[in-house]
Design a binder for this molecule. Structure first.
Ligand code: MN
Ligand code: MN
Length: 458
């Protein structure tokens, strides 16, 4: 009777040999470096392209290891397999964008002798988490002549950082306590950029906003830009500083943007490390997932279709796109909500993901009666279980919180629309969408091995 009951195993138990531990931490070390350098969707894609290029991948489909990018924010990459494309591809998706504070197109203001940048938040975030912490600015500014500057400021200790100040407790004795969702106004998410005014040359020519003018001077000195250049810019205020190990045992990774760069990184490593593939193996990394997957670089765009059509034209002309898609097997690589030890009441613990118990599968996402869900077919789940169990990879099956409490969407339904089999699978996080999300070191390893086993499966 011992093996009749379901008993998800801990990745710590499975990966206990010195060889496994060494490989597990080699992956975690390199993931930490990637995560620390990938604070925006463009930086996430650039890091992947750099790794692909080092591994011999080329742009376009002129070789058997190829990639194609859109606006440097979305990326498709493929390794040609032995079987014809008409038998389908093996595809893993993930998303490159993360919640953050975008600078407005007219960002620069001055109030009370402080120069600030107004922001418009991107994605689902809890506003209070963004106050009183060091922030960095990352992004791109495009001048009207088409030239551009790349910005990354506030990461290293010899650079200044930025911040949003929070109200001191002494002035927060409101008689009526507002609800948390109303206590923090989006229009108060103003990033402090400076404090020094432009000094007056005489008694007559004091500029109206001297601190704002000094900020503009410094931006011009550093980047050669004028205020109007910020109209055609994408500047993102993100948590400053590198990702870190957390805990005496270094058992957790803490950092910004693990949703979903943890899946981007592990899927990329799986693509690179998979043995000569039977089927053509591909990754698609989309942008805009956190705001509904619209836009030319999001999952509802035609980018994937165009890439697969280009690939078929180059490698096997005449193969109908629909035949490739209908025979494709896919994983929607996205993070799952791990059980937070202090918020266990939000989960139904029999159907929840626990950190350390391996890659978390989710048969369906959506909310309130599975509305808006891809619902993976049982035949596909059965096949997937076989692939993972054959290699002894720890995995778990979970829902996103209690019914009618939790819920959320991923890009799985956009893949399912093509007719392919698809299921969500990725590491569980604690503190998802916060400036310091937590993942489990063995789960990172399990995710990479699970993705690789999926790529290598016949
Ligand atoms: Mn996600
Ligand atoms: Mn998310």
């Amino acid at each position: 009777m011992d093996n009749l009951a379901s008993d998800p195993r801990s990745g710590w138990e499975i990966y206990r040999s010195p060889e496994d531990r060494s490989a597990m931490y080699e992956l975690a070390d390199s993931y930490l470096a990637y995560l620390s350098s990938a604070k925006t969707e463009r930086e996430a894609v650039a890091g992947v392209i750099s790794a692909l290029t080092s591994a011999g991948f080329t742009e376009g489909f002129g070789s058997a290891k190829a990639w194609q990018s859109l606006h440097g924010k979305a990326l498709f990459a493929a390794r040609r397999g032995r079987r014809p494309l008409s038998e389908g591809i093996r595809l893993i998706s993930a998303h490159t964008d993360s919640p953050r504070l975008d600078l407005k197109q007219h960002p620069l203001i001055e109030q009370a002798g402080i120069g600030q940048a107004k922001t418009h938040y991107y994605g689902g975030l809890r506003k209070y988490q963004w106050f009183a912490r060091p922030l960095a600015l990352h992004g791109v500014i495009v001048r009207s002549d088409g030239t551009s500057v790349t910005v990354s400021l506030g990461e290293s200790s010899d650079e200044p950082c930025f911040t949003i100040a929070d109200l001191l407790p002494h002035l927060a004795h409101n008689a009526a306590s507002p609800k948390l969702s109303e206590a923090f106004s989006a229009e108060k998410l103003n990033v402090i950029l400076g404090h020094e005014p432009v000094l007056r040359e005489g008694e007559t020519d004091a500029p109206k906003d001297p601190v704002r003018m000094r900020v503009l001077q410094l931006l011009h000195e550093k980047y050669g830009i004028r205020e109007d250049d910020l109209i055609s810019a994408e500047l993102e205020a993100v948590p400053a500083g590198p990702a870190r190990y957390v805990g005496l045992d270094r058992g957790l990774v803490g950092g910004y943007g693990q949703d979903d760069r943890i899946c981007v990184y592990t899927a990329m490593r799986a693509l690179l490390d998979a043995a000569d593939p039977e089927y053509t193996i591909c990754v698609i990394f989309w942008d805009k997932e956190e705001i509904g997957s619209d836009g030319s670089t999001g999952a509802s765009s035609r980018f994937l279709q165009y890439c697969v059509e280009d690939m078929a034209d180059a490698w096997e002309p005449g193969t109908p796109f629909r035949r490739i898609m209908m025979n494709t097997k896919a994983i929607s690589g996205d993070v799952h909500a791990g059980v937070d030890p202090d918020w266990q009441d939000r989960h139904e613990l029999k159907n929840s993901a626990f950190l350390g118990k391996g890659v978390a599968f989710c048969k369906f996402t959506g909310s309130r009666g599975k509305y808006g869900a891809n619902d993976a077919h049982p035949e596909y789940l059965g096949w997937m279980r076989g692939v993972l169990d054959a290699k002894g990879i720890p995995w778990q099956m979970a829902e996103l919180g209690k019914v009618d409490v939790g819920g959320g969407g991923t890009v799985a339904l956009f893949l399912a629309a093509y007719g392919m089999d698809v299921v969500d699978a990725g590491p569980a996080l604690i503190g998802m969408h916060s400036p310091f999300e937590l993942s489990s070191v063995p789960d990172i390893y399990a995710a990479k091995l699970a993705y690789q086993a999926f790529f290598e499966a016949e």
